[in-house]
Design a protein around this ligand. Sequence first.
Ligand code: G3P
Ligand code: MG
Length: 249
Amino acid sequence: MNTKVYGHRGCMGTYPENTLVGFMQAIRQGVDGIELDVHMTKDREIVVIHDEFLDRTTDGTGFIKDMTLAEIRRYSAGVRFSHYDQFVDQWRLEQVPTLQEVLVLLKPYSIELNIELKTTKFTYTGIEEAVHQIVQAYGNNRKVIYSSFHLPTLLRMKRMDPNADIALLSKGKLSHPHEYMDCFQLEAIHISKNAILNNVTNWKALLPSLRAWTVNDTNDIKQLLDLRVSAIMTDFPEKAVFYRSERKS
Ligand code: G3P
Ligand code: MG
């Protein structure tokens, strides 16, 4: 099967990460799927943002867990990306999206969605159920993969919904990775690209079950396409889609 291209945090190489405008841009560039990150607010809303706090990606400050959605919405999720030097006036209007809003935006498009639950620093009690409910209500039956660096999050999700697709995130070498697949009923392992490229032997049998991140370098894209991993996650989806199409022609 052809390797899929996932837009990492939407299209974060050129557009504000984890924003509606960024997700739309990834879709325009021809992605098969989108990767995004979620946290839970003080009033238990699920918001799409990478960090535990607002400071890096918005003009606000504070932890997501200590703020209500309404408080978070006062800030711009686009203005800090003005160094990309385009559309900054429009981007100023971008807010931190809710997961529900992203699913509504994706409704007309048959693309896959990888929801990364960011539960390593704060466990956000009940986040798995909240995320799952939103996906059930607004997911439009699309393929959704729940991923996390925090294995208990994935196991809670699987216990709640045995049909849920769960993927373990890993930064490095996992010994005997097929044991993780079997023991935890993983749909995939989401592994840093260097872990694969530096030790292909360790991963050979599992390549069709690997999504590699974050693959931006042209040579890395080409190598991982050659290895036929399940998907590559990239900040520059247009580039990955281009190299994939070149190989077919
Ligand atoms: O899901 C792959 C990748 O997004 C994990 O790292 O820090 O970009 O969320 P991070
Ligand atoms: Mg992520």
